[in-house]
Design a protein around this ligand. Structure first.
Ligand SMILES: N[C@@H](CCC(=O)N[C@@H](CS)C(=O)NCC(=O)O)C(=O)O
Length: 112
């Protein structure tokens, strides 16, 4: 088959590999958009507990919808942010902030 069009509902293997690699290679990984207030909330919570993290700003990439669709298959949701610590999805912005406030975020970012 082949052709010019990639169906949006089928994230390419390249997109899946990109997302999987970012999650695997970054202890704290944030899929974000640069203008998103919930993303700022998540990053602030992580910074507040002393975490270093990688953020990919999806609005600066041309594959953002495919990445979000694949993230939805991994996490059950396609909104940003999607925050992963040690390969595990911990939530979006509100959840990350709540984990900071209950003391769990600091524990999660310090765990191996
Ligand atoms: N409950 C979510 C809300 C996140 C949310 O609403 N994010 C917006 C951007 S600020 C979003 O993803 N909108 C759809 C999109 O950008 O695809 C959280 O706490 O992370």
């Amino acid at each position: 088959m082949g052709g010019m069009f990639v169906k949006e509902e089928e994230p390419s293997l390249a997109v899946q590999e990109f997302v999987d690699r970012e999650i695997r290679e970054n202890k704290v990984m944030v899929f974000s958009k640069s203008t998103c207030p919930y993303c700022k909330m998540a990053k602030k919570a992580l910074t507040d507990v002393g975490a270093t993290f990688k953020a990919v700003e999806l609005d600066k990439q041309d594959n953002q919808s495919a990445v979000q669709q694949y993230l939805a298959t991994l996490t059950g949701g396609s909104t940003v942010p999607r925050v992963f610590i040690n390969g595990k999805f911990i939530g979006g912005g509100s959840e990350t902030k709540a984990l900071k406030e209950n003391g769990q975020l600091e524990i999660l970012v310090q765990a191996d």
